[in-house]
Design a protein around this ligand. Structure first.
Ligand code: C5P
Length: 281
């Protein structure tokens, strides 16, 4: 059996520069892997069985099954597998869970089936599945450009704690596309804030919340009913500096001080919010 841990990510910045002729948007984003993992187990089997401990996870629309199909097409293998996806990353939350699972499927099956593909070849398959999969071959802290698939590793953040709050708001598959379609040039920026944050990271400065900007912030407030009220409640109850994760709806806040992070996390827990305390990895 092969087991792979698939981490979640947040975008510390997410700037949209412009719309491209191919219909995608050119982005400039700092991505950060965090210690919230799905766990995928791979075993040889006849045929293909993909299942999960989460009843609402649907293998048929997951990128995991698409990853398996592309890998089979690319290599011509007829081997089978049983893939168990233990879900911890909330579904459709802006934390990249499905993309990370698909990358885990590519690397896990490459090992299980002894396919011998190199990382570059796996990345080529991953790029066909979506823009944000490439990051999960790197993890850590990285700059994402192009449509999100061009990754340059960055110096790691100083050890930080990240609180994630998952709003109880309805969301549909395809929500990333909808979020991109809701953008207009008024949401575009020049990438300077991201580069300023990179300069700060490279010179060992602490993270400045002012620089953690996300082009989807305003879009998400209209796409996710209740998000604005929730943000307001949090800031009134002393949880400052909440940011949107990816295209939402998850909110995150980031702390250098572990005691402060644990205190705020237990306050949120006691108020029965779905939340997680994670670390940068
Ligand atoms: O790359 P992915 O398949 O995850 O993207 C889903 C949709 O989001 C795309 O079809 C596109 O409409 C939009 N998108 C975009 N610009 C990006 C990434 C995604 O417009 N950089």
């Amino acid at each position: 059996m092969t087991t792979i841990f698939a981490p979640a990510k947040i975008n510390l910045t997410l700037e949209i520069l412009r719309k491209r002729p191919d219909g995608y948007h050119e982005i400039c984003s700092i991505m950060q892997a965090i210690s919230l993992f799905d766990v995928l187990d791979f075993q040889e089997a006849d045929g293909l069985k993909v299942y999960s401990d989460n009843d609402t996870w649907d293998g048929r629309i997951s990128l995991v099954v698409q990853a398996v199909n592309l890998l089979r097409e690319r290599t011509g293998t007829r081997k089978g597998a049983s893939i168990f996806v233990q879900k911890h990353i909330p579904l459709l939350s802006g934390l990249g869970g499905d993309s990370s699972d698909a990358v885990a499927a590519l690397t896990g099956l490459n090992t299980l089936w002894n396919l011998g593909l190199g990382r570059g070849e796996l990345m080529e398959i991953a790029r066909k599945l979506g823009s944000d999969l490439t990051f999960f071959f790197y993890g850590g802290t990285a700059l994402a450009t192009g449509r999100g698939e061009v990754i340059s590793p960055l110096p790691p953040l100083p050890r930080s704690w990240i609180i994630l709050i998952i709003p109880d708001t309805p969301r549909q598959p395809g929500k990333t596309k909808t979020a991109y379609q809701s953008l207009n040039p008024g949401h575009y920026s020049d990438g300077n804030t991201t580069h300023q944050l990179i300069n700060n990271l490279e010179s060992g400065k602490t993270l400045d919340d002012i620089l953690l900007i996300n082009a989807f912030e305003r879009v998400a407030l209209s796409l996710y009913p209740g998000l604005a009220t929730l943000r307001q409640q949090f800031s009134e109850s002393g949880i400052p500096n909440l940011h949107l994760a990816g295209s939402g709806p998850t909110l995150f806040s980031i702390y250098i001080n572990e005691t402060e992070a644990r205190m705020i996390f237990s306050q949120l827990k006691s108020r029965h919010f779905q939340c997680y305390l994670t670390e940068t990895i």
